[in-house]
Design a binder for this molecule. Structure first.
Ligand code: RM4
Ligand code: MN
Ligand code: MN
Length: 424
């Protein structure tokens, strides 16, 4: 299904009178609305190819129908999201869940929807049917060199697929680790992993980045090989200037101060990108901003402050991706909500009174510092985000257009109610 321009415009004209009032109100409150809107328009969040179907839990899965059954249909789905919000202009692929058989055709299709290919994701956390050796006891850390070689080979193949699509980065997330004490020699498994990563790194084109994603727990429950930002930073520092740490919001131990981690990685020039999601307990992969929106805002506060301190381009110098899974919601509606939450947090962080905050910090005025942050956080910036969408041809209210235009119903009609997307 393709959403036509006229469909979006029709909805926008119905919604415009209310929007006009809200927009006039907010643009009087802040003095640089146009500058903020410009940044919002530029900011794009990549959608993962594995988040377009129902994820399920380890107990069950309840598919909702009309799920994309092929890479082409996944691209079509992201095209729908992007037509609605104009902020989802990129796709992040997982190999082997989404192998582009004809790279040029896939690239052409994506560009018709205004999409580019963001980071490529490798997968050595599952065994594939035609695979020779098992990853049951790890991949890049494995005690058997032959298994490590296989994992390295897979990552190099992922780079090859990525080159064909003009992607410029590889994300490596390892499920390696140990589930019981004594199972592993920490030092040896670290060194094995480093050696394996180095072999992959050596194959990285000069204009590519390699992201090393960490995760504190799961599927291994005693130790994870890349368990935290310290270990990821060790790897990325040893690997070289093309290697960066990737932060997934759901991959920390409970109550970790993620905003502080982000600030320091940025300071070191080693923050590469983000996997946005939200969680209550673990790697819940819930809709961004649904549980801890203030934390999301505090993270964006550090991102904007840290990127500005280094004169970085907000839209292009870090990789912004969603990594979520949907059990009870329509995946596309969930993703619309996630992108909206990201844009809101970003917009709020752009309206923080930075000079006043520095002054409060220098005066140890704790009360003022809190007031300044919360002043921004409690400002309703939704009309700014909507205005950015309007100016770039998107919908004032993506979610209501999705429902008014019966997008899911149409997808079910086209694809059937029993399709199952590859991925989680
Ligand atoms: C992991 C991690 C990776 C993602 C897989 C599917 O928990 O977040 O980024 O590729 O899940
Ligand atoms: Mn992730
Ligand atoms: Mn995860």
């Amino acid at each position: 299904m393709i959403l036509r321009k006229e469909q979006i415009e029709k909805n926008n004209s119905d919604d415009f009178p209310q929007h006009k009032k809200s927009y006039e109100f907010i643009s009087r409150q802040i003095n640089h609305a146009d500058e903020v809107i410009k940044k919002l328009i530029d900011f794009q969040v990549a959608i993962p190819s594995w988040a377009l179907g129902t994820g399920g839990t380890r107990f069950g899965r309840f598919p909702g129908g009309g799920e994309p059954g092929s890479l082409e249909e996944k691209i079509e789905d992201i095209g729908l999201l992007h037509a609605l919000n104009k902020s989802s202009g990129a796709i992040s692929l997982h190999i082997p869940w989404d192998i582009p058989k004809d790279a040029n055709a896939i690239k052409k299709l994506a560009s018709q929807y205004g999409l580019r290919f963001d980071a490529m994701n490798s997968n050595t956390f599952q065994d594939q049917p035609d695979q020779k050796l098992s990853y049951k006891f790890g991949s890049m850390q494995h005690v058997d060199k032959a298994v490590r070689k296989q994992a390295i080979g897979h990552n190099i193949e992922v780079i090859k697929y990525g080159k064909g699509l003009d992607s410029q980065s590889l994300t490596v997330w390892l499920s390696d680790g140990s589930t019981f004490p004594g199972q592993l020699n920490f030092r040896k498994s670290f060194l094995n992993t480093l050696e394996s990563l180095r072999e992959v790194y050596a194959e990285l084109p000069s204009d590519w980045k390699m992201f090393v994603e960490y995760k504190a727990f799961e599927p291994n429950f005693y130790s994870m090989r890349v368990g935290d930002w310290g270990q990821s930073l060790l790897y990325t520092s040893k690997l070289g200037r093309k290697a960066y740490t990737l932060v997934d919001l759901g991959h920390h131990l409970a109550n970790a101060n993620i905003e502080q981690i982000v600030a320091l990685l940025l300071m070191e020039g080693k923050l590469g990108g983000f996997h946005f999601n939200d969680s209550k307990y673990g790697d819940d992969d819930l809709t961004v901003g649904s549980v801890k929106p203030y934390q999301l805002f505090l993270i964006f506060n550090e991102l904007v402050e840290g990127m500005d301190a280094k004169n970085m381009n907000h839209a292009h110098d870090l990789a912004w991706m969603i990594d979520a899974s949907h059990n009870v919601k329509d995946p596309l509606e969930d993703l619309l909500q996630s992108v909206e939450a990201i844009m809101i947090a970003y917009a709020q962080s752009l309206i923080i009174d930075r000079n006043k905050l520095v002054e409060a910090q220098n005066n140890n005025d704790v009360v003022a510092a809190q007031e300044i942050l919360q002043q921004a956080y409690r400002t309703d910036v939704r009309a700014l985000v909507a205005e950015a969408r309007l100016r770039s041809g998107g919908a004032l209210h993506p979610l209501s257009v999705f429902r008014n235009e019966k997008v899911r119903e149409n997808l079910i009609k086209e694809r059937g109610s029993k399709t199952v997307a590859t991925g989680l």
